[in-house]
Design a protein around this ligand. Structure first.
Ligand code: HEM
Length: 134
């Protein structure tokens, strides 16, 4: 049995819905803006990014389609294209996410499943090679 087939529930419901997504986002962005590889590409005012990520993760993990209702089709790869996302930055993003999950006490198969999907998505966002940026 591999990771992908191990968990088959609705992550949004199983982790506790809106409050848990909010807690995850609140734990995640302070790590992002303290990360030396990530901070240069994020805006100074992180609140709008937090809000969009809250809307996105809600729908991504099986909650109501809040992001699409407000912003249309996610087209995440296209929306990330203006920002140089290297394999190194994808790793850093995922490290911050894993630490945020630890911090809020997200555990077990649902966490493994969520992290797996975020990992696939993060590598899908890669649009530059590491040597192309500093
Ligand atoms: C791979 C590493 C990643 C990096 C370095 C990164 C970086 C960024 C940056 C710089 C922005 C724009 C901030 C601004 O508005 O100025 C952004 C927006 C966003 N990111 Fe990422 N991101 C990554 C992965 C992901 C992943 C895996 C997801 C989803 C699970 C995601 C979801 C979003 C969303 C929803 C937005 C807002 C899009 C919008 O409506 O404008 N990102 N990201």
């Amino acid at each position: 049995m591999n990771m992908q087939s191990y968990y088959e529930g609705n992550p949004y419901q199983d982790i506790g819905g809106a409050d848990t997504i909010r807690n995850l986002v609140e734990a995640f962005y302070p790590k992002v803006i303290q990360d030396p590889d990530l901070s240069p590409i994020f805006p100074e005012d992180i609140d709008p990014v937090k809000e969009k990520q809250y809307l996105f993760l809600t729908q991504f993990f099986g909650g109501p389609p809040l992001y699409s209702e407000k912003h249309g089709h996610p087209m995440l790869r296209a929306r990330h294209m203006p920002f140089p996302i290297t394999p190194r930055r994808a790793k850093a993003w995922l490290r911050c996410m894993s630490e945020a999950m630890d911090e809020i006490g997200l555990e077990g198969p649902v966490r493994e499943y969520m992290f797996q999907r975020l990992t696939m998505t993060a590598y899908h966002m890669v649009n530059r090679q590491d040597q192309e940026t500093s």
